[in-house]
Ligand binder design. Structure first.
Ligand code: GDP
Ligand code: ZN
Length: 461
């Protein structure tokens, strides 16, 4: 395939002593060469692949020296994009990096779009689709754990698993063919039935396991949707602030000033939270506040985690009790706030109401209990799950959708086997599963399945 030459700064802006500007495409070396002045008239064109060269960047129009640089030359196809790649290392300051980039852009390179290097790697067949998507996720990853999920996927963990499952299906179908064409046993039908059932169940269970990780995977990527609820003035906004540690939500003494939903992202011990502070959920005649309340209810329904805030220095009210009812069956952490003030709340009743929930006491004013709260959030999320980094999480919604479809197809197939559907019809569902799994890794090559079967299994004769 042929593409134009793209360029972009590939290190974070303004950080580190060295910054890298990357070029990829057929003209990468030629463009860099135009403005490179090495020691003793050295030209980049002639150098060996995967070598580094010290020199200066000059503006070819004025011959002025722009930067002192180290230039890495990597020739196709052994590069990330499978194209010629040049990396220009220069001083990390924004001005200096920009100068180099501008020079490249005015000498034939085009500014890369976000993720375009990765897209090239995919289009040039260097990585498969799930790996390409993982790189995209990596660029967007919000926390370390999310980063690990994306990294694992990029290294091809998901691809390997999917490939293994597809091979299992293919192998089974091949085996069935052999059984039918060359019956060595008397009871071919029984054998085939058994085989299809066994392998099909295995594939189905593996897909289910993968899908089970998808909820956590999605959360790691998009944030655990967390809603803070409670009566006015209990300390919802203070809690949000304390978690965010910057004062974006307005904190006041006047009840009900949180008119609408405020949203913040925070990283709590590796769990990304999308925090939502709502106007108190309660009946009210105030029109403005009503809008807030109605939205609150909706937000509540879609939440992954509820932080229910109570006031330690106030008696429990009917409103509090109603809140407990509203969040029944959800993941809830109950927070008894304002413990620095005299107790008015009935803690026995609070414990009763919180039987199924975690319970934490805080004084947000004195910055007490926030650690325990964060601990509760993290343990709630990771409870029972194996250490996150070792798992293959599915976090991409396209992958999840395809896995669900593949699961349905496999379930149909198993059902068909059970009720004694003719083999050639059962095969269609197996093939369908195989195709759907293939879409995850971008294997859209529509070679006939039979061709594939023959390339893998020598049926000979
Ligand atoms: P919201 O209406 O639920 O969002 O409550 P706010 O966060 O706006 O807090 C209401 C008032 O309670 C503010 O004046 C806060 O400073 C105060 N407040 C919050 N947390 C505490 C606490 O732990 N102790 C005390 N004494 N006051 C608090
Ligand atoms: Zn508030």
């Amino acid at each position: 395939m042929e593409f134009d030459t793209i360029a972009a700064i590939s290190t974070p802006m303004g950080e580190g002593a060295i910054a890298i500007v990357r070029l990829s495409g057929d003209n990468a070396i030629a463009i860099a060469d135009k403005m490179f002045k090495g020691v003793g008239e050295k030209r980049l064109k002639g150098v060996a692949s995967h070598t580094i060269h010290y020199g200066q960047m000059i503006d070819p129009k004025t011959n002025e020296i722009a930067e002192e640089v180290m230039v890495s030359v990597m020739k196709a196809p052994k590069t990330f994009t499978k194209e010629d790649v040049v990396e220009i290392n220069c001083h990390g300051g924004i001005a200096s990096v920009n100068r180099v980039l501008q020079l490249l852009l005015s000498n034939g390179a085009r500014l890369a779009e976000p993720g375009e290097f990765t897209k090239r790697a995919f289009l040039n067949g260097r990585i498969d689709l799930s790996q390409a998507e993982a790189v995209m996720d990596l660029i967007r990853a919000k926390t370390d754990r999310a980063m690990n999920v994306a990294l694992g996927q990029m290294e091809g963990r998901l691809s390997k698993l999917i490939t293994k499952l597809r091979q299992e299906i293919l192998g089974t179908l091949a085996h069935v063919e052999v059984n039918i064409d060359y019956p060595e046993y008397d009871d071919v039908e029984e054998m085939t039935h058994q085989l299809l059932l066994e392998k099909g169940t295995y594939v189905k269970e593996e897909i289910e396991t993968l899908l089970r990780t998808s909820h956590q995977g999605k959360i790691l990527r998009e944030g655990l949707s967390t809603v803070i609820v409670g009566r006015p003035n209990v300390g919802k906004s203070s809690l949000l602030n304390s978690l965010v540690q910057e004062n974006k939500a307005i904190v006041t003494d006047i009840p009900g000033t949180t008119r609408d939903v405020i949203e913040e992202y925070v990283n709590v011990r590796g769990v990304p939270l999308r925090l939502l502070d709502t106007a108190g959920i309660r009946e009210t005649e105030d029109i403005v506040e009503r809008i807030g309340v109605e939205r609150s209810r909706q937000v509540l329904k879609e939440a992954d985690l509820i932080l229910l805030v109570l006031n330690y220095s106030d008696a429990l009210t009917e409103e509090d009790e109603n809140l407990f009812q509203a969040v029944e069956g959800m993941d809830v952490i109950v927070i008894v706030n304002k413990t620095d003030l005299p107790q008015q709340i009935d803690m026995n009743r609070v414990h009763e109401l919180s039987q199924k929930h975690k319970l934490v006491s805080t004084s947000l004013l004195e910055d007490k209990g926030v650690d325990e709260l964060e601990e509760a959030i993290a343990s709630l999320f990771f409870e029972g799950s194996i250490e996150a980094r070792d798992m293959t999480y599915v976090s991409n919604s396209r992958h999840i959708a395809l896995l669900n479809q593949a699961l349905n197809a496999m379930e149909d197939a198993l059902m068909a086997v059970e009720i004694g559907t003719p083999i050639d019809i059962v095969q269609i569902d197996y093939t369908r599963t195989w195709e759907l799994l293939g879409e995850i890794i971008g294997d859209s090559v529509h070679e006939s399945l039979i061709d594939q079967l023959f390339s893998q299994f020598c049926l000979g004769k």
